[in-house]
Design a protein around this ligand. Structure first.
Ligand code: FES
Length: 145
């Protein structure tokens, strides 16, 4: 049911933890399944994501997608991180079962929420970034559950 990469990232998640005094912290949840993800970004003065850590209280697919998402944004610029969609994360994991696609949205939203927090603290705007939702289940189709 799950690809080897999903199993690997679920069993050995990368970049788990917290960053003290992070440049940006984002927390998103999905009220329908009850899962929560928190993403910490350390961004240097050139707008490069120097470090990233996450904590996920959620299903295996949520853990695997957040792990892969951190790998995809680490060392990247903010603009590049904005391109890390849930689709990109799923592709990097060789796919997810259809019922688990919504889990990958948590990772994308958590990155956006952390970038939003960073932008607020810096008093800047990030192109294409909208105010994130605390609960992403509002926009999701019911059949995904
Ligand atoms: Fe909630 Fe996967 S079931 S994130």
């Amino acid at each position: 049911m799950y690809s080897e990469k999903v199993m690997d990232h679920f069993q050995n998640p990368r970049n788990v933890g917290e960053i003290e005094n992070a440049s940006g912290v984002g927390t998103v949840g999905n009220a329908k399944c009850g899962d929560i993800m928190r993403m910490f970004l350390d961004i240097d003065e050139n707008g490069v994501i120097r470090d990233v850590k996450f904590k996920t209280f959620g299903c295996g697919a949520a853990v695997a997608t957040s792990s892969m998402a951190t790998e995809l944004v680490k060392g990247k610029t903010i603009d590049q991180a904005m391109q890390v969609t849930n689709k990109a994360v799923m592709e990097a994991l060789d796919g997810l079962p259809p019922v688990k696609v919504h889990c990958s949205l948590l990772a994308e939203e958590a990155i956006h929420a952390a970038l939003w927090d960073y932008a607020q603290k810096q008093g800047i705007e990030i192109e294409g970034l909208k105010k994130p939702k605390a609960d992403i289940s509002e926009e999701e189709p019911e059949e995904n559950y």
